[in-house]
Write a protein that binds this ligand. Structure first.
Ligand code: DC
Length: 431
């Protein structure tokens, strides 16, 4: 699986963090604030009473420092020797010294390696000074954010921070190692005359032009989900079911903006009727993987058709070990997979108990989880009835659950999988 990096560079207080965070939220990917990493190391140096300009002493301390980077949901985290320094990162003494520390090549080498590590397991939008030039020079998705210097200074003082933005910019732009610059291929976005919302839209427009696989809802009207086009056989089912849902059941979708439409996603939905898999498949404009009871694969036609629609046969309604492994593999390969945690369809429309399989799949694959609630499908085609009724079907899409690395690490064993399953089911029930 190849992960994408969006590089956002620019001077201090240009609006990088706000923009990177908004992009991460809209795209459902992790936002990494690389400046926070340089600030965290500066905090440690000052906490150890070391002079940040004493390169040899810094080098020595760096060697002994354990830096652990991760993410909590979509936001990056950092701990140094087990301590989370985030409460101190904007202190005046850190603002005053971070440019000295970030000019030390050994510091940069260590942090750049940690920044690149993120891309081994997730898509990232990373902001800093050298992301497009040094950290991810190969990425085609680069934006250089700028804003009027006086505006940037006032943005900082508005937050009550003591920060000499101009001094820091001068130091960051003139240092020998990885100075602030417009990276090759970066689009320049001046946020001086943009509101936050219009700045985000302008950035999304830039990413679209750079070919980033945007979710269909990244911006209304921008639609562009340049994932692989559907094969005709999948498209035929998708289109037929989709038109039927809209005309027969007045399909209503709530929370469409929450859909993650690129990259691997574990879609977890309640299960009401046989209508559910194509119903969920219809939310997305590219193919996804489904599970279907082995017994449905009977007769040569269905044996041929179901795999065409990406259905994986599972034993009974509860996936067995082989199916679990197949699902995890599919997710790791980058597919979007639909799982009904309850296994069987509901008898009365209510949401039943879930086996811990979904927790295990979510934990082992580490991909974002998209909770979805279907209602009305049990009336449209009740379990045990072959009759279609004109009932209204509503699908509610929840905000993705993105597990941090520490959450993933701690989700092991039966208890861990059960707790995660409960979290997923609670998210579905809350919709
Ligand atoms: O983005 P920020 O203002 O929080 O960054 C703090 C300092 O860290 C900045 O003055 C320069 C340095 N920095 C860097 O050298 N390279 C990066 N990729 C990010 C930040």
């Amino acid at each position: 699986m190849t992960y994408h990096a969006i590089a956002i560079d620019g001077p201090a207080a240009s609006g990088k963090s706000t923009l990177a965070r908004a992009l991460a939220e809209r795209l459902g990917i992790v936002m990494v604030n690389s400046g926070a990493m340089y600030r965290a190391v500066t905090w440690k140096i000052l906490a150890e009473k070391i002079d940040p300009q004493n390169t040899a002493a810094v080098f020595n301390l760096l060697d002994r420092m354990e830096i652990v980077c991760g993410h909590d949901g979509i936001v990056s985290t950092i701990r140094i020797d087990g301590i989370d320094p985030s409460g101190h990162l904007r202190d005046a003494d850190i603002n005053a010294n971070v440019s000295y520390v970030s000019a030390i090549p050994a510091v940069r080498e260590k942090l750049v390696a940690l920044q690149r590590d993120y891309l081994k397991h997730t898509h990232v939008v990373m902001e800093g000074r050298d992301i497009g030039s040094v950290v991810f020079p190969e990425t085609p998705f680069k934006i250089y954010i700028d804003a009027d210097p006086s505006l940037r200074s006032s943005r900082r003082s508005d937050t009550g921070e003591v920060d000499s933005v101009e001094k820091r910019d001068a130091a960051d732009s003139t240092r020998d190692t990885a100075p602030l610059m417009v990276a090759k291929g970066a689009a320049i976005l001046d946020t001086s005359h943009h509101s936050i919302e219009s700045g985000i839209n302008a950035a999304i427009e830039i990413l679209r032009k750079q070919g980033f696989p945007l979710p269909q809802t990244a911006k209304p009207g921008l639609a562009g989900e340049p994932a692989k086009p559907m094969r005709w056989i999948y498209w035929t089912g998708w289109m037929l079911f989709g038109s039927a849902y809209r005309s027969l059941f007045g399909l209503r979708i709530i929370g469409e903006e929450n859909l993650i439409t690129s990259g691997p996603v574990l879609v977890a939905s309640n299960h009401q009727s046989f209508l559910d898999p194509p119903l969920i498949g219809n939310l997305y404009k590219s193919e996804m993987v489904f599970l279907a009871r082995k017994t449905l694969f009977k007769g040569s036609f269905f044996k041929w058709l179901y795999p065409q629609w990406n259905a994986i046969p599972v034993d009974q309604d509860r996936p067995d070990m082989t199916s679990l492994k197949t699902i995890i593999r599919k997710l790791k390969e980058g597919h979007r997979v639909l799982v009904f945690p309850e296994g069987a369809r509901t008898l009365d429309g209510s949401i039943g108990a879930a086996a811990s399989g979904i927790g295990l799949i979510a934990s082992k694959s580490g991909v974002p989880i998209q909770p979805i609630r279907i209602s009305g499908a049990d009336k449209a085609l009740a379990r045990g009835s072959g009759k279609i009724r004109f009932a209204r079907i509503t699908v509610s899409v929840g905000k993705p659950i993105v597990l941090s690395e520490s959450e993933l690490k701690n989700t092991t064993g039966k208890d861990g999988y059960e707790a995660l399953t409960k979290r997923i089911m609670d998210a579905i029930k809350a919709l």
